[in-house]
Design a protein around this ligand. Sequence first.
Ligand SMILES: [Zn+2]
Length: 231
Amino acid sequence: MAQSFGPTGPQPFPQDWASLLVLVPHPDDPEYGTAAAVAKWTAAGKTVCYALACRGEAGIAGMAAAQAGAIREAEQRRAAALVGVPDVDFWDFPDSNIRNTPELRAKITSVIAEVRPDVVVTIYGGAQFAPDVPNQRDHIEFAAAVADVWDALEDPPRRLFQNGPGATHVEIVDDYLDAAVDSLAAHEVYLSVLDPHTPVREQARAVIDMTCPMLTGRRVAGFILERAADR
Ligand SMILES: [Zn+2]
């Protein structure tokens, strides 16, 4: 599922901001396409934090939820630290059953109010990543909840992006691909159970190659502008 770009070609990702909040449903969502850009942003002195709706407790086949949740939380904290993100907030919504409910929207609202980011990046909310590659319902509902919250805020963050195909904006990440691979490879137990036959770093490298494609000779992370405040 190589990423495609918008019909008119993407713009450079804006630089006129100081703080960015990555809002996603699951552990490893930030590492599927956003983390390379995060590594670049934090290296430039910007502040990035992550908030996740769940601990990914349903994500390790054959493992009890409590154990899987604890492992995935620890792996996510390491993955974040590797790209300069010390702050990871885990909520307790149920993995695989994340829905656009009033409770989820209230949590998103309170975290945005607390962090007061200039920019929010969330998960891709489209029906499919590519023809025959459907998106997950947790992603679609979570992305819709974030947009609903943004629309209801009197004083929303300046911009809301999704990370995914059909990018309107790109960040050049040539120098941050290794950091992105390290960050995804921190999900070591998760990835080694997901695909026991391929070494974790090899899996991580393949995902970063897919999610940070080449655009006019540069490797980029792609983002879709969903909302912009007029101010
Ligand atoms: Zn996910």
